[in-house]
Design a protein around this ligand. Structure first.
Ligand code: M1P
Length: 255
């Protein structure tokens, strides 16, 4: 398969480097630093670059900047359920079409009741977020401030709120082929099994890359970078922070 002419200006147009967002390009839910931005701009001259996160595009724009669709060759939100190539949106599926209104209603009612019965020190707003390719469930609520996020994360480590919630959902809905992923600080994602980050790889297939690198921080089993990190189509890099990402990129691509 020949490499697209649109990428011919790059030094190695047959190489793609994909990045997770939270913990890899930015600190969790925070914004990208100038150093990471500059590193990516240098890297993009050499190879194709893309990001793949669980969040929706509006949150990724908050984190990566308003011109994100122009600054990456590929932009993948919700694991690739919303996909852009060179700023042009690609066809995608939706969670609600997959699950259907009836089953979704049952799932949402169970979640809302479970949330109401949780013993928690603090509650904020937006506990169930409906997205194109998944739902996101947050016991404290997505409106929590950074400080409240940190507090919840600590509380959750101690009380296993999210892990127990996921177990209850698995027990209640064994017939639904759903994956529950605790990828961030205050919530977990729920999506059809297989719609993890590997989902985005179908959007890059026709560009015929010879090497696809993936950088992520939650590459351990159960983490939301695990499936794409171990996928045979990618070369996985496990990082501990955005600084670590920069360090590895400098070494690997001689920036
Ligand atoms: O990208 C990782 C996760 O980031 C957020 O998680 P939280 O709000 O819990 O820190 C969410 O956008 C989540 O969907 C995503 O997987």
């Amino acid at each position: 398969m020949s490499i697209s002419q649109e990428f011919a200006y790059k030094e190695r147009p047959d190489v793609l480097v994909l990045f997770d967002v939270d913990g890899t390009l930015t600190p969790a839910r925070l914004t990208i630093s100038d150093e990471v931005k500059e590193t990516l701009a240098k890297l993009r001259k050499k190879v194709c670059i893309g990001f793949v996160g669980g969040s929706d595009l509006s949150k990724q724009i908050e984190q990566l900047g308003p011109n994100v669709l122009d600054e990456f060759d590929y932009s993948f939100s919700e694991n690739g359920l919303t996909a852009y190539r060179l700023g042009v949106q690609q066809a995608s599926q939706s969670f609600i079409n997959w699950i259907g209104e009836e089953e979704y209603n049952k799932l949402a009612v169970f979640i809302l009741k479970y949330l109401a019965n949780l013993d928690l020190p603090k509650r904020r707003g937006t506990f169930l977020e409906f997205r194109n390719g998944m739902i996101n469930v947050s016991p404290i609520g997505r409106n929590a401030s950074t400080e409240e996020r940190n507090e919840f994360e600590k509380y959750d480590k101690e009380h296993q709120i999210r892990a127990k919630f996921v177990e209850a959902l698995k027990k209640e809905f064994p017939h639904l082929k759903l994956t529950y992923s605790i990828g961030g600080q205050i919530s977990f994602d729920v999506f059809p099994t297989g719609w993890d980050k590997t989902y985005c790889l179908q959007h890059v297939e026709k560009d015929g890359f010879k090497e696809i690198h993936f950088f992520g921080d939650k590459t351990f089993e159960g983490g939301n970078d695990y499936e794409i990190y171990v996928d045979e189509r990618t070369i996985g890099h496990s990082v501990s922070s955005p600084d670590d990402t920069v360090k590895i990129l400098n070494e690997l691509f001689n920036l």
